[in-house]
Ligand binder design. Structure first.
Ligand code: GSH
Length: 209
């Protein structure tokens, strides 16, 4: 498989997932907004990812461009069957619930904050929206925290791709200097301490060297 990504953006979820899954891959570090080779605005890249975003995963003829879908595809191709609950339907429902919550509630408030501080073209930024985005993030966090023991993994008693998604999103919130409950920080640190995550961080360093 070939993964196109940039640093610890959402593409890091996919890089970490590939390491957890034990799948061989090539990692291509892209340059945002550039129309040069490996730039997200190049015709070659836009042919793979029409939004010019990361991550993009290519497996033969198949191209996938949403981080949640990429994690599930990687897990489904792994010899480690526990990365994506599939036999136990109730466990799978809780896995899907958590992933959709992270992608639609928790992450969106963070992303709105990032878009209106630096990611959108300046003319599109609305600074007044930041207070609302921060309030929405705190609300989503309040909904998550009681459901989450802080010990072990987020779904059942085994590591799944939901842990990649949640831990990456908490790290993102931490880098944006959001207030986070200690138990979420402890959980994120434990997940980032996994050897697969460390290998993914090393692969990033190697790609940018
Ligand atoms: N829903 C997409 C979002 C992808 C996304 O917005 N990626 C950001 C980096 S974290 C990006 O490529 N931004 C560049 C841009 O918006 O031009 C996913 O989860 O994969």
């Amino acid at each position: 498989m070939k993964l196109y990504g940039m640093g610890q953006s959402r593409s890091f979820r996919a890089l970490w997932a590939l390491e957890e899954a034990g799948i061989e891959y090539d990692y291509v570090s892209v340059v945002f907004g550039s129309s040069e080779q490996n730039g997200t605005a190049s015709a070659e890249y836009l042919a793979l990812n029409t939004q010019g975003k990361v991550p993009t995963l290519v497996d033969g003829e198949l191209v996938i461009t949403e981080s949640g879908a990429i994690l599930n595809y990687i897990a489904a191709n792994s010899p480690d069957l526990s990365l994506l609950p599939s036999n136990d339907l109730k466990k799978r429902a809780k896995y899907d619930e958590l992933c959709f919550f992270v992608l639609t509630e928790l992450e969106q408030a963070l992303w709105t904050n990032g878009k209106h501080r630096f990611a959108l073209p300046e003319a599109q930024r609305v600074p007044e929206v930041l207070a609302t985005a921060n309030w929405e993030f705190a609300k989503a966090l309040d909904a998550l925290t009681p459901l989450f023991s802080g010990d072990g993994f987020v779904i059942g008693d085994e590591f799944t791709m939901a842990d990649v998604l949640l831990a990456h999103t908490i790290a993102w919130a931490e880098s944006f200097k959001f207030d986070l409950p200690d138990k979420l920080i402890t959980y994120k640190n434990k997940m980032f301490y996994r050897s697969a995550c460390k290998r993914a961080l090393k692969a990033l360093d190697a790609a940018s060297a």
